[in-house]
Design a protein around this ligand. Structure first.
Ligand SMILES: [Zn+2]
Length: 155
C-alpha cells in the first residue's frame, strides 16, 4: 500500500494523535480558517496503531500559546505536540489536562456569577479528578466533565 506523505515542515508545529474527526475543531481553536496565509496540512482518519484512526495537523511557521495548548487538551486529550525547527523535532510533549481553566470555558450553570453579564468575574474551573477529567466551578461548585467542554469554550 502506498504511504500517504505530506511535505515535512521546516519550522512550526505538528499536532499528532488527534482523535479522528477533531482536526477541524483544533484548527478552529487556533483561529485558523485558511485566510491567514499559514501553510496548513490536515490529515484526517489516518491509520494509527495507538488510536485505530487519528487526525494530524501540520502548521508551517506557527507555534502555540499556553492557552491554545490547554484548549486543545480539552477536545483532543490524546494529541501530542511536536515543535519543529530546521526540519527536526526540537520538542515533543503530550497533553495533560490543565489544573485550572481561567477564562477558557464557561460554567454551564446559567445562574453562576461568572455568567452574569456586567459582572467582572472571569470563569474559573478547577480540575478535581484528573482520572475522570472532572472539573468544578470555583464560584458555584458545578461539576463539569471534559467531554462537555467543547460546547462551553469561550471565544
Ligand atoms: Zn459556576
Amino acid at each position: 500500500m502506498e504511504e500517504l506523505r505530506v511535505r515535512r515542515i521546516r519550522e512550526g508545529t505538528v499536532i499528532d494523535h488527534i482523535p479522528p474527526g477533531k482536526a477541524l475543531k483544533v484548527l478552529s481553536i487556533l483561529g485558523i480558517s485558511g485566510s491567514e496565509g499559514t501553510v496548513v496540512a490536515v490529515l484526517m482518519n489516518v491509520e494509527s496503531r495507538k488510536l485505530g484512526k487519528k487526525d494530524i495537523v501540520k502548521l508551517e511557521g506557527r507555534f502555540l500559546t499556553r492557552d491554545e495548548v490547554d484548549e486543545i487538551a480539552l477536545v483532543a486529550p490524546t494529541a501530542t505536540i511536536n515543535i519543529i525547527r530546521d526540519y527536526e523535532v526540537a520538542e515533543k510533549f503530550s497533553l495533560t489536562l490543565p489544573k485550572v481553566l481561567e477564562g477558557i470555558v464557561r460554567c454551564p450553570n446559567p445562574r453562576c456569577v461568572s455568567n452574569v453579564p456586567g459582572e467582572p468575574v472571569v470563569s474559573r474551573l478547577e480540575l478535581v479528578d484528573p482520572e475522570r477529567g472532572l472539573y468544578r466551578c470555583h464560584y458555584c461548585g458545578r461539576l463539569v466533565e471534559v467531554s462537555e467542554m467543547e460546547e462551553l469554550l469561550l471565544q
